[in-house]
Design a protein around this ligand. Sequence first.
Ligand code: RBF
Length: 159
Amino acid sequence: MTEIKIKNELKWAHIKVAVVAAKWNSFITDEMLNGALDALKGKGLTEGNIYSMRCPGSFELPLACKYCFDHLDVDAVVAIGVVIRGGTPHFDYVCESVTRGLTDLNLMVGKPVAFGVLTTDNVEQAVERASLDKGNKGAEAAISACEMIELSRSIQSSQ
Ligand code: RBF
């Protein structure tokens, strides 16, 4: 058995990551975006290698993330959105579409697309998951993207 050990000697200063946040429910996605940017800086990425941008809503996240891979030559993208259940079935369609779109993009590009999309029953649940003290899901998604870059590099260097 060969165990692939995650190597932590990556030079993060050369890694490029984009964070895309939906404008819908921006009072929450702003917090998640800030959390993600802080997490990336904490990991050692240089400011010049971090891109941040906004797209209209969560439905647009997959295409906006694809634009980043196509035009910014990034190693990973962090997608941030908040979809809150309303009185119509729209919630299910937006959630299904963004989840499938981001999953497909991961596999199509072969690079990490972190899922920082909250799908909640109400505003309170979303606010709780974007807070600094109780855990910021934007920051967690950014760290997941970094961990996947590390995993990919560790597998490649083990060959
Ligand atoms: N976008 C979100 O990011 N979160 C939402 O909670 C959300 N709710 C929506 C509810 C309705 C009824 C509609 C029509 C759109 C909603 N969107 C939401 C916007 C959607 O992601 C997309 O930006 C628009 O449908 C334009 O393509």
